[in-house]
Ligand binder design. Structure first.
Ligand SMILES: [Zn+2]
Ligand SMILES: [Zn+2]
Ligand SMILES: [Zn+2]
Length: 359
């Protein structure tokens, strides 16, 4: 079992006022990951379009509910929910700790799938198969076996399940000298690579726009990464990049920046749901927020993060948001926001078949 959830954003209506989640029966506050209402005890079922319902009255539980406490609904008895469908490889469950790792990862993945769904980003390919696919793999302990590297290739996101262990992830964070390393951040980063492919497939105009902003992605990816790990980022990277790693290659800049667009939108929407308003007028709800110009969103986000950084410091915690949004970074975020809005405005994108590079 996981520790108590933090509250998530609004009830997922297409466009509408922000709400926090409430039990459909007794109307007490519930958390996004709850399988049951702690007040009245009903079993809860979540549908990405309709929100929470009483499982006794409607719907079918996801087939993974019993194993990993997935609280989403499935279309038919014995089927997987929208989120679990996207996991095509689950960890080796003969390793006892892996069920908990799998549960942790899926608990973080469901809000991401919901966000992609609400933003209108495609979740299925031309053949109707779920994409991106998530492969959750652990090291086998066999020294001759290839290492499990977290990354993306051709619509498949591989996640090393050791990242679900807080102590291990913190060890890697310190070793890599990163200010922030979370499962949520990993997943947001990796789906960005997939959507670069999907949204530029057969769209040379979009590709040219991204290349003009993030750089020419045809430069050798493997060599660029090697050079990054050997030499590090340029000393002045923070003037135009969100992270040191973003300097490694245009694809990494795009993925790092995309992740921060998601942090910002989800962070702002969650703050709105709990009554933390930006001083400037701001529409409510993800579907409206994403249509605001990025400089406006960034201003609100910076003000919110300054406040939350101070609250965290008062508690002796690590900095809540240890990043600087320099104007060139906001311009890149605006390009990503525009891409998402444009992709949602009609011409449905489907997954591409090319681009075999793992990244
Ligand atoms: Zn209740
Ligand atoms: Zn599920
Ligand atoms: Zn990457």
């Amino acid at each position: 079992m996981l520790p108590p959830a933090v509250g998530r954003g609004p009830f997922p209506t297409p466009v509408g006022p922000v709400q926090r989640y409430r039990c459909p029966s007794c109307h007490q506050e519930i958390f996004f990951r709850n399988t049951a209402c702690l007040a009245c005890g009903i079993q809860l079922l979540f549908d990405p379009d309709r929100g929470f319902s009483d499982m006794a009255e409607t719907g079918h539980p996801c087939a993974n509910r019993g194993q990993i406490n997935c609280n989403w609904s499935a279309d038919e008895p014995g089927a997987l929910c929208l989120s679990c469908q996207h996991t095509t490889v689950v960890p080796d469950l003969s390793v006892p700790a892996n069920i908990d790792r799998w549960e942790r990862i899926e608990t973080v993945k469901r809000p991401l799938i919901l966000m992609l769904h609400r933003l209108g980003l495609p979740l299925f390919d031309e053949a109707g198969m779920p994409v991106p696919r998530f492969e959750l793999k652990g090291e086998t302990g066999d020294a001759t076996a290839p290492r499990v590297l977290t990354g993306h290739a051709e619509g498949t996101i591989t996640l090393n399940i050791a990242e679900a262990d807080d102590a291990e992830r913190e060890r890697i964070r310190a070793e890599m000298n990163e200010p922030y390393r979370t499962l949520t951040g990993h997943l947001r980063h990796e789906v960005a690579h997939h959507y670069w492919d999907v949204l530029t497939e057969a769209r040379q105009d979009r590709l040219e726009t991204l290349r003009a902003i993030f750089g020419d992605d045809r430069q050798d990816y493997g060599a660029a990464l090697q050079a990054h790990y050997a030499e590090g980022a340029p000393p002045d990277w923070a003037e135009s990049y969100i992270s040191a790693y973003a300097t490694a290659h245009p694809w990494e800049d795009f993925a790092e920046t995309w992740a921060h667009v998601f942090h910002l939108l989800d962070g702002l929407e969650t703050a709105q749901a709990f009554g933390l308003k930006a001083p400037q007028a701001m529409p409510e709800g993800l579907e409206r927020l994403v249509r605001e110009p990025m400089p406006h969103l960034a201003q609100a986000w910076v003000e919110l993060t300054i406040a939350l950084n101070a609250v965290n410091e008062a508690m002796g915690h690590e900095t809540f948001y240890p990043f600087v949004l320099a104007p060139p970074v906001v311009a890149k975020q605006e390009a990503i926001r525009s891409l998402i809005v444009e992709a949602n405005s009609g011409d449905a994108a489907v997954a591409p078949s090319g681009n075999a590079l793992p990244r």
